[in-house]
Design a protein around this ligand. Structure first.
Ligand code: A2P
Length: 309
Protein backbone atom coordinates (compact mmCIF):
# COMPACT_ATOMS: atom_id res chain seq x y z
CA UNK A 1 0.00 0.00 0.00
CA UNK A 2 1.01 3.64 -0.36
CA UNK A 3 2.77 5.57 2.40
CA UNK A 4 0.75 8.24 4.20
CA UNK A 5 1.43 11.97 3.93
CA UNK A 6 0.60 14.26 6.84
CA UNK A 7 -1.64 17.24 6.15
CA UNK A 8 -1.40 20.62 7.93
CA UNK A 9 -4.51 19.77 9.99
CA UNK A 10 -2.99 16.57 11.40
CA UNK A 11 -4.95 14.18 9.16
CA UNK A 12 -3.21 11.79 6.76
CA UNK A 13 -3.64 11.11 3.06
CA UNK A 14 -2.45 8.03 1.13
CA UNK A 15 0.37 9.23 -1.14
CA UNK A 16 -1.02 7.49 -4.23
CA UNK A 17 -4.62 7.91 -5.37
CA UNK A 18 -6.41 6.64 -8.44
CA UNK A 19 -7.14 9.46 -10.89
CA UNK A 20 -10.52 9.25 -12.66
CA UNK A 21 -10.46 12.19 -15.11
CA UNK A 22 -11.17 10.98 -18.65
CA UNK A 23 -12.09 7.53 -17.38
CA UNK A 24 -15.24 6.67 -19.30
CA UNK A 25 -18.34 6.04 -17.22
CA UNK A 26 -18.62 2.48 -18.50
CA UNK A 27 -15.00 1.72 -17.56
CA UNK A 28 -14.41 3.58 -14.33
CA UNK A 29 -16.53 1.32 -12.07
CA UNK A 30 -14.37 -1.72 -12.77
CA UNK A 31 -11.18 0.36 -12.47
CA UNK A 32 -12.15 1.70 -9.04
CA UNK A 33 -13.29 -1.73 -7.85
CA UNK A 34 -10.04 -3.33 -9.01
CA UNK A 35 -7.89 -0.56 -7.50
CA UNK A 36 -9.50 -0.97 -4.07
CA UNK A 37 -10.14 -4.70 -3.98
CA UNK A 38 -7.11 -6.09 -5.83
CA UNK A 39 -4.41 -3.42 -6.06
CA UNK A 40 -4.46 -2.04 -2.52
CA UNK A 41 -5.44 1.55 -3.29
CA UNK A 42 -7.10 3.45 -0.43
CA UNK A 43 -7.45 6.82 -2.15
CA UNK A 44 -9.75 7.78 -5.04
CA UNK A 45 -9.64 11.21 -6.68
CA UNK A 46 -12.78 12.33 -8.48
CA UNK A 47 -14.68 15.49 -9.39
CA UNK A 48 -18.23 16.64 -10.07
CA UNK A 49 -16.96 18.04 -13.36
CA UNK A 50 -15.69 14.67 -14.62
CA UNK A 51 -19.29 13.51 -15.08
CA UNK A 52 -18.58 9.98 -13.83
CA UNK A 53 -18.98 10.22 -10.05
CA UNK A 54 -21.99 7.89 -9.89
CA UNK A 55 -19.96 5.19 -11.61
CA UNK A 56 -17.00 5.86 -9.29
CA UNK A 57 -19.38 5.38 -6.35
CA UNK A 58 -20.58 2.09 -7.84
CA UNK A 59 -16.96 0.90 -7.94
CA UNK A 60 -16.33 1.93 -4.34
CA UNK A 61 -19.39 -0.02 -3.16
CA UNK A 62 -18.59 -3.04 -5.36
CA UNK A 63 -15.09 -3.26 -3.83
CA UNK A 64 -16.51 -4.15 -0.42
CA UNK A 65 -13.79 -2.03 1.22
CA UNK A 66 -15.33 -0.15 4.18
CA UNK A 67 -15.92 3.56 3.54
CA UNK A 68 -13.87 4.48 6.59
CA UNK A 69 -10.80 2.78 5.07
CA UNK A 70 -10.96 4.89 1.89
CA UNK A 71 -9.79 8.46 1.34
CA UNK A 72 -12.18 10.13 -1.12
CA UNK A 73 -11.52 13.49 -2.77
CA UNK A 74 -13.90 15.43 -4.98
CA UNK A 75 -13.99 18.95 -6.40
CA UNK A 76 -16.28 21.96 -6.64
CA UNK A 77 -17.14 22.88 -10.22
CA UNK A 78 -16.85 26.49 -11.50
CA UNK A 79 -20.59 27.09 -11.96
CA UNK A 80 -21.07 26.34 -8.23
CA UNK A 81 -18.64 28.78 -6.56
CA UNK A 82 -21.61 30.66 -5.08
CA UNK A 83 -23.45 27.42 -4.20
CA UNK A 84 -20.79 25.19 -2.66
CA UNK A 85 -23.12 23.08 -0.54
CA UNK A 86 -25.38 22.37 -3.52
CA UNK A 87 -22.50 20.99 -5.57
CA UNK A 88 -21.14 19.04 -2.60
CA UNK A 89 -24.55 17.50 -1.86
CA UNK A 90 -24.78 16.29 -5.46
CA UNK A 91 -21.30 14.77 -5.17
CA UNK A 92 -22.17 13.02 -1.90
CA UNK A 93 -25.34 11.60 -3.49
CA UNK A 94 -23.42 10.57 -6.62
CA UNK A 95 -20.81 8.75 -4.55
CA UNK A 96 -23.30 7.32 -2.07
CA UNK A 97 -21.49 8.64 1.01
CA UNK A 98 -22.27 11.21 3.68
CA UNK A 99 -18.83 12.82 3.90
CA UNK A 100 -15.70 13.47 1.87
CA UNK A 101 -12.16 13.20 3.17
CA UNK A 102 -11.12 16.12 1.00
CA UNK A 103 -12.99 18.72 -1.07
CA UNK A 104 -11.13 20.97 -3.50
CA UNK A 105 -11.94 24.12 -5.45
CA UNK A 106 -11.41 22.60 -8.90
CA UNK A 107 -10.22 25.80 -10.66
CA UNK A 108 -9.81 29.39 -9.39
CA UNK A 109 -12.32 30.36 -12.09
CA UNK A 110 -15.95 31.02 -11.10
CA UNK A 111 -18.25 30.43 -14.08
CA UNK A 112 -21.64 32.08 -14.62
CA UNK A 113 -24.14 29.94 -12.66
CA UNK A 114 -26.97 31.27 -14.83
CA UNK A 115 -25.13 30.89 -18.13
CA UNK A 116 -26.19 29.00 -21.23
CA UNK A 117 -24.72 25.67 -20.09
CA UNK A 118 -24.54 24.03 -16.63
CA UNK A 119 -20.88 22.94 -17.00
CA UNK A 120 -19.28 25.06 -19.73
CA UNK A 121 -21.33 28.27 -20.12
CA UNK A 122 -20.23 30.29 -23.15
CA UNK A 123 -20.55 33.95 -24.12
CA UNK A 124 -21.90 34.87 -27.58
CA UNK A 125 -18.28 35.31 -28.78
CA UNK A 126 -17.55 31.67 -27.93
CA UNK A 127 -15.38 32.39 -24.88
CA UNK A 128 -16.05 30.72 -21.53
CA UNK A 129 -18.57 32.71 -19.48
CA UNK A 130 -16.50 33.62 -16.40
CA UNK A 131 -18.28 35.24 -13.44
CA UNK A 132 -15.89 38.19 -12.95
CA UNK A 133 -18.01 39.65 -10.13
CA UNK A 134 -17.53 36.66 -7.82
CA UNK A 135 -14.76 36.85 -5.20
CA UNK A 136 -12.74 33.66 -4.53
CA UNK A 137 -12.63 34.63 -0.85
CA UNK A 138 -16.35 33.94 -0.67
CA UNK A 139 -15.92 30.55 -2.32
CA UNK A 140 -13.38 29.69 0.35
CA UNK A 141 -15.71 30.88 3.17
CA UNK A 142 -18.35 28.46 1.89
CA UNK A 143 -15.75 25.68 1.67
CA UNK A 144 -14.81 26.34 5.32
CA UNK A 145 -18.48 26.10 6.30
CA UNK A 146 -18.58 22.55 4.89
CA UNK A 147 -15.86 21.52 7.36
CA UNK A 148 -17.80 23.11 10.22
CA UNK A 149 -20.88 21.17 9.13
CA UNK A 150 -18.95 17.89 9.10
CA UNK A 151 -19.63 17.19 5.43
CA UNK A 152 -15.90 17.22 4.59
CA UNK A 153 -12.87 16.51 6.76
CA UNK A 154 -10.37 18.68 4.87
CA UNK A 155 -10.48 21.35 2.19
CA UNK A 156 -7.97 22.39 -0.43
CA UNK A 157 -7.55 23.88 -3.86
CA UNK A 158 -6.59 22.78 -7.35
CA UNK A 159 -4.94 24.65 -10.21
CA UNK A 160 -4.11 27.63 -7.97
CA UNK A 161 -0.97 29.64 -8.78
CA UNK A 162 0.73 31.63 -6.02
CA UNK A 163 -1.16 34.69 -7.29
CA UNK A 164 -4.54 32.93 -6.84
CA UNK A 165 -3.57 31.45 -3.45
CA UNK A 166 -2.68 34.96 -2.30
CA UNK A 167 -6.25 36.01 -3.06
CA UNK A 168 -7.64 33.63 -0.40
CA UNK A 169 -4.87 33.09 2.17
CA UNK A 170 -5.04 36.50 3.94
CA UNK A 171 -8.68 35.95 4.97
CA UNK A 172 -8.65 32.14 5.21
CA UNK A 173 -9.50 30.63 8.58
CA UNK A 174 -8.52 27.20 7.29
CA UNK A 175 -5.32 26.93 5.24
CA UNK A 176 -5.83 24.66 2.20
CA UNK A 177 -4.29 21.24 2.98
CA UNK A 178 -3.31 20.56 -0.65
CA UNK A 179 -3.01 22.23 -4.04
CA UNK A 180 -3.62 19.76 -6.85
CA UNK A 181 -1.63 20.70 -9.96
CA UNK A 182 -0.30 19.36 -13.22
CA UNK A 183 3.06 18.15 -11.94
CA UNK A 184 5.51 15.87 -13.72
CA UNK A 185 9.10 15.89 -14.94
CA UNK A 186 8.28 18.23 -17.88
CA UNK A 187 6.24 20.63 -15.70
CA UNK A 188 7.78 20.47 -12.20
CA UNK A 189 6.71 24.01 -11.15
CA UNK A 190 9.64 24.14 -8.70
CA UNK A 191 8.95 27.73 -7.57
CA UNK A 192 5.27 27.15 -6.87
CA UNK A 193 6.02 23.87 -5.07
CA UNK A 194 8.55 25.68 -2.89
CA UNK A 195 5.92 28.31 -2.06
CA UNK A 196 3.42 25.58 -1.13
CA UNK A 197 5.99 23.96 1.15
CA UNK A 198 6.54 27.32 2.89
CA UNK A 199 2.79 27.42 3.63
CA UNK A 200 2.57 23.75 4.66
CA UNK A 201 0.31 22.98 1.68
CA UNK A 202 0.97 19.52 0.17
CA UNK A 203 1.44 19.48 -3.63
CA UNK A 204 -0.73 16.85 -5.31
CA UNK A 205 0.34 15.77 -8.80
CA UNK A 206 -2.23 15.15 -11.51
CA UNK A 207 -1.22 13.86 -14.94
CA UNK A 208 2.04 12.53 -13.41
CA UNK A 209 2.58 10.51 -16.60
CA UNK A 210 1.83 13.52 -18.80
CA UNK A 211 -1.74 12.38 -19.56
CA UNK A 212 -2.78 10.35 -22.60
CA UNK A 213 -0.28 10.07 -25.46
CA UNK A 214 2.51 11.59 -23.38
CA UNK A 215 6.17 11.71 -24.50
CA UNK A 216 7.28 11.33 -20.87
CA UNK A 217 7.11 7.54 -21.03
CA UNK A 218 9.66 7.49 -23.86
CA UNK A 219 11.96 10.21 -22.52
CA UNK A 220 15.59 9.07 -22.79
CA UNK A 221 16.62 10.16 -19.30
CA UNK A 222 13.55 8.49 -17.77
CA UNK A 223 14.25 5.28 -19.72
CA UNK A 224 17.93 5.28 -18.71
CA UNK A 225 17.04 5.61 -15.04
CA UNK A 226 14.34 2.94 -15.40
CA UNK A 227 16.80 0.52 -17.04
CA UNK A 228 19.46 1.13 -14.40
CA UNK A 229 17.05 0.05 -11.62
CA UNK A 230 15.06 -2.54 -13.63
CA UNK A 231 11.91 -0.41 -13.46
CA UNK A 232 9.24 0.66 -15.93
CA UNK A 233 9.22 4.27 -17.14
CA UNK A 234 5.88 4.88 -15.39
CA UNK A 235 7.36 3.59 -12.09
CA UNK A 236 10.13 6.19 -12.37
CA UNK A 237 7.72 9.03 -13.21
CA UNK A 238 5.37 8.32 -10.29
CA UNK A 239 8.15 7.20 -7.93
CA UNK A 240 10.05 10.46 -8.55
CA UNK A 241 7.09 12.54 -7.34
CA UNK A 242 6.53 10.19 -4.39
CA UNK A 243 10.19 10.49 -3.39
CA UNK A 244 9.71 14.26 -3.32
CA UNK A 245 6.95 13.87 -0.72
CA UNK A 246 4.07 14.67 -3.05
CA UNK A 247 0.71 12.98 -3.35
CA UNK A 248 0.46 11.43 -6.83
CA UNK A 249 -2.71 10.67 -8.82
CA UNK A 250 -1.97 8.40 -11.79
CA UNK A 251 -5.05 7.71 -13.92
CA UNK A 252 -5.62 4.34 -15.52
CA UNK A 253 -8.48 2.03 -16.40
CA UNK A 254 -6.10 -0.85 -17.20
CA UNK A 255 -5.77 -3.37 -14.32
CA UNK A 256 -2.06 -4.16 -14.84
CA UNK A 257 -1.23 -0.42 -14.94
CA UNK A 258 -3.45 0.40 -11.96
CA UNK A 259 -1.52 -2.22 -9.99
CA UNK A 260 1.98 -1.20 -11.10
CA UNK A 261 1.28 2.52 -10.69
CA UNK A 262 1.07 1.77 -6.97
CA UNK A 263 3.45 -1.14 -6.32
CA UNK A 264 6.03 -0.24 -9.00
CA UNK A 265 6.06 3.40 -8.00
CA UNK A 266 6.51 2.69 -4.29
CA UNK A 267 9.37 0.37 -5.21
CA UNK A 268 10.87 3.05 -7.49
CA UNK A 269 10.65 5.71 -4.80
CA UNK A 270 12.95 3.62 -2.61
CA UNK A 271 15.41 2.85 -5.43
CA UNK A 272 15.86 6.29 -6.98
CA UNK A 273 19.15 7.88 -5.96
CA UNK A 274 19.74 11.57 -5.36
CA UNK A 275 21.59 11.80 -8.70
CA UNK A 276 18.53 10.37 -10.50
CA UNK A 277 16.24 12.86 -8.79
CA UNK A 278 18.56 15.73 -9.73
CA UNK A 279 18.53 14.67 -13.38
CA UNK A 280 14.74 14.43 -13.40
CA UNK A 281 14.47 17.77 -11.56
CA UNK A 282 16.51 19.39 -14.31
CA UNK A 283 14.73 18.02 -17.40
CA UNK A 284 12.30 20.91 -17.84
CA UNK A 285 15.00 23.55 -17.40
CA UNK A 286 17.08 21.68 -19.99
CA UNK A 287 14.51 22.49 -22.67
CA UNK A 288 11.79 19.94 -22.08
CA UNK A 289 9.30 22.18 -20.26
CA UNK A 290 5.81 21.22 -21.38
CA UNK A 291 2.25 21.52 -20.07
CA UNK A 292 -0.34 19.08 -21.31
CA UNK A 293 -3.44 20.58 -19.66
CA UNK A 294 -4.45 24.18 -20.48
CA UNK A 295 -8.19 24.77 -20.32
CA UNK A 296 -9.36 27.83 -22.21
CA UNK A 297 -10.29 30.07 -19.29
CA UNK A 298 -10.09 33.66 -20.55
CA UNK A 299 -8.45 34.91 -17.33
CA UNK A 300 -4.86 35.29 -16.19
CA UNK A 301 -4.32 32.37 -13.83
CA UNK A 302 -0.83 33.55 -12.89
CA UNK A 303 1.04 30.37 -13.84
CA UNK A 304 4.49 30.18 -15.41
CA UNK A 305 4.56 28.46 -18.80
CA UNK A 306 0.84 28.95 -19.39
CA UNK A 307 0.21 29.52 -23.10
CA UNK A 308 -1.51 32.81 -23.90
CA UNK A 309 -5.12 32.26 -24.84
P1 A2P B 1 -5.18 3.80 -19.55
O1 A2P B 1 -6.13 4.55 -18.63
O2 A2P B 1 -5.84 3.39 -20.82
O3 A2P B 1 -4.47 2.67 -18.85
P2 A2P B 1 -1.98 10.57 -16.38
O4 A2P B 1 -2.15 9.86 -15.08
O5 A2P B 1 -0.68 11.30 -16.49
O6 A2P B 1 -3.16 11.46 -16.71
O7 A2P B 1 -1.90 9.50 -17.56
C1 A2P B 1 -2.99 8.71 -17.89
C2 A2P B 1 -2.74 8.09 -19.23
O8 A2P B 1 -1.60 7.22 -19.17
C3 A2P B 1 -3.88 7.23 -19.68
O9 A2P B 1 -3.94 7.31 -21.08
C4 A2P B 1 -3.48 5.83 -19.21
O10 A2P B 1 -4.03 4.85 -20.04
C5 A2P B 1 -1.99 5.88 -19.37
N1 A2P B 1 -1.28 5.07 -18.35
C6 A2P B 1 -1.61 4.92 -17.05
N2 A2P B 1 -0.72 4.17 -16.39
C7 A2P B 1 0.20 3.79 -17.30
C8 A2P B 1 1.37 2.98 -17.24
N3 A2P B 1 1.74 2.40 -16.09
N4 A2P B 1 2.08 2.80 -18.38
C9 A2P B 1 1.69 3.39 -19.53
N5 A2P B 1 0.61 4.17 -19.66
C10 A2P B 1 -0.14 4.37 -18.56
Amino acid sequence: SAPLVKLNNGLEIPAIGLGTWQSKSNEVTAAVEFALKEAGYRHIDCAWGYGNEKEVGDGIRASGVPRSDIFITSKLWGTYHSRVEECLDQTLANLGTDYLDLYLVHWPVPLNPKGNHPIFPLLPDGKRDVDHSWDLKDTWKQMEAMVQKGKVKSIGVSNFSQKKLDEILPTAEIIPVVNQLELHVYNPQHKLVEYLRSKDIVPEAYSPLGSAGSPLLSDETVLDIAKKHSLQAADVLVGYLLAKGMVVLPKSITPSRIASNLSGAVNASTKLESGDIEKLDGLAAAGKQKRFITPPWPVDLGFDHWPSL
